[in-house]
Design a protein around this ligand. Structure first.
Ligand SMILES: Cc1cc2nc3c(=O)[nH]c(=O)nc-3n(C[C@H](O)[C@H](O)[C@H](O)COP(=O)(O)OP(=O)(O)OC[C@H]3O[C@@H](n4cnc5c(N)ncnc54)[C@H](O)[C@@H]3O)c2cc1C
Length: 375
């Protein structure tokens, strides 16, 4: 069927065999922890997707990457969420690599050894600003010492490296957002159960506790972000990647439901547009921003475009999943939890930062000519 064919072709190009490996497993198995999907992703060379070719990776463009994420989400929602965290962390490393630091060697190791990066920004408190972490980084002699906790943190049980947002005081006494890169085996790192719902449990989004974890100062990148939460160029880039990869993955989850409707017996006579149009249009918006990333400057205006695509995808997902569940009917609902699982998992897009409600004031301010803040 000519649905998801571009996306599956991109997935096969960059991660040969992954689509078939995922299609071979029951959804319920893929979505429970520990999920075989994470090992299959490593085996297919997935970790190197955004590592530039000069460091031995696949060097996928934003457009190729969002197509891959949609295809992954259509087979395994948890893997799409988990790998969004990995890919956007890799993209951050690529952005930070200026030739003088350790980033180049790290990128090469990620591609060569299929290492997985987790990304800990959230700290388990509703209302917390994602750019104002409570985890502290203190300089002590020739090391930086980290203390605090990150939750939920996807890939917590499979990560090789953790990227974590921390607050660090600079030489002028100003508290700044910094991003620390920490080997998962470092003394003082502990993973504790946190995720209590079966929905997206395969993403391993548990709590990572850091107690007096020592890292080399070269592994902590200080950003320009202070208490006003205006993202600097590194954070604009990070959010751009994050919003697009995430949205594509969740559109993939909704697309899995669409695919079941299109493939059900007797559906050939149906008008397919009520199932197709919203998700396809939402993906086109994601692709438009991904294309712009290839040939336009990465400004806060482009980030607003990415957020627009994401929030409109949330609405598209809500409409499409409702329509699809109705089309599949009551007997499908009674006889298998797959349809309702996919509908519920696809709603997860709503819960990632920055939530739409939080961005109301910042978007209004941006429209009025002020710099974009992340709510
Ligand atoms: C599947 C999954 C995996 C995840 N994995 C990770 C991960 O690996 N790493 C990570 O860092 N995080 C991860 N997260 C966490 C996520 O990033 C969020 O930080 C977390 O879900 C935010 O929780 P919240 O919605 O309760 O908080 P909030 O974003 O604070 O929102 C709570 C509610 O209050 C409203 N609200 C809050 N503030 C305002 C305001 N100022 N104005 C108006 N309304 C407001 C929001 O709109 C929302 O309705 C994951 C989340 C999910 C769902």
């Amino acid at each position: 069927m000519n649905f998801l064919h571009h996306e599956r072709a991109a997935l096969e190009t960059f991660m040969p065999g992954l689509d078939a490996a995922l299609a071979d497993q029951p959804l319920e198995r893929l979505e429970s922890a520990p999920s075989p999907a994470i090992q299959a992703f490593r085996a297919a060379g997935g970790p190197g997707l955004l590592v530039p070719a000069e460091h031995g990776g696949s060097g996928a463009t934003p457009l190729q990457a969002v197509r891959v994420q949609r295809a992954v989400g259509a087979r395994c929602p948890s893997l799409a969420v988990a790998t969004t965290m990995h890919h956007f962390s890799v993209a951050g490393l690529v952005r930070a690599a200026d030739g003088s630091g350790p980033e180049g060697a790290l990128l090469a190791a990620i591609a060569r050894d299929n290492l997985l990066l987790a990304s800990g920004f959230a700290e388990g408190r509703a209302g917390q600003n994602i750019l104002k972490p409570h985890i502290t980084a203190q300089r002590r002699g020739d090391v930086v010492v980290l203390n605090g906790s990150k939750m939920p943190c996807s890939l917590s049980r499979s990560m090789d490296l953790l990227t974590a947002s921390v607050t660090m005081t600079d030489q002028d006494g100003v508290e700044r957002l910094a991003v620390a890169l920490i080997p998962a085996q470092s003394p003082g790192i502990e993973v504790r159960p946190f995720w209590r719902t079966p929905i997206l449990a395969g993403a391993e989004s548990d709590e990572v506790v850091l107690t007096d974890v020592e890292v080399d100062p070269g592994m902590v990148v200080l950003t320009e972000v202070t208490a006003d939460a205006v993202p600097d160029a590194l954070n604009v880039a990070g959010f751009l990647w994050f919003e697009l990869l995430l949205t594509a993955g969740y559109l993939g989850v909704a697309s899995a439901l669409v695919e079941r409707v299109l493939a059900r017996p007797g559906s050939g006579a149906d008008d397919p547009s009520p199932y197709l149009v919203d998700v396809e249009a939402a993906m086109l918006a994601v692709e438009a921003v991904a294309r712009a990333m290839a040939d336009e400057e990465w400004t806060d205006a482009l980030l607003v475009a990415a957020l627009t695509a994401r929030y409109s995808a949330q609405d598209a997902i809500a409409r499409t999943t409702r329509t699809c569940l109705a089309a599949l009917g009551g007997m499908a609902f009674i006889s298998s939890s797959e349809g309702s699982y996919l509908a519920s998992a696809a709603t997860g897009l709503t819960f990632h930062p920055p939530a739409r409600g939080r961005m109301a004031g910042p978007l209004r301010d941006f429209l009025d000519g002020r710099p974009l803040r992340i709510g």
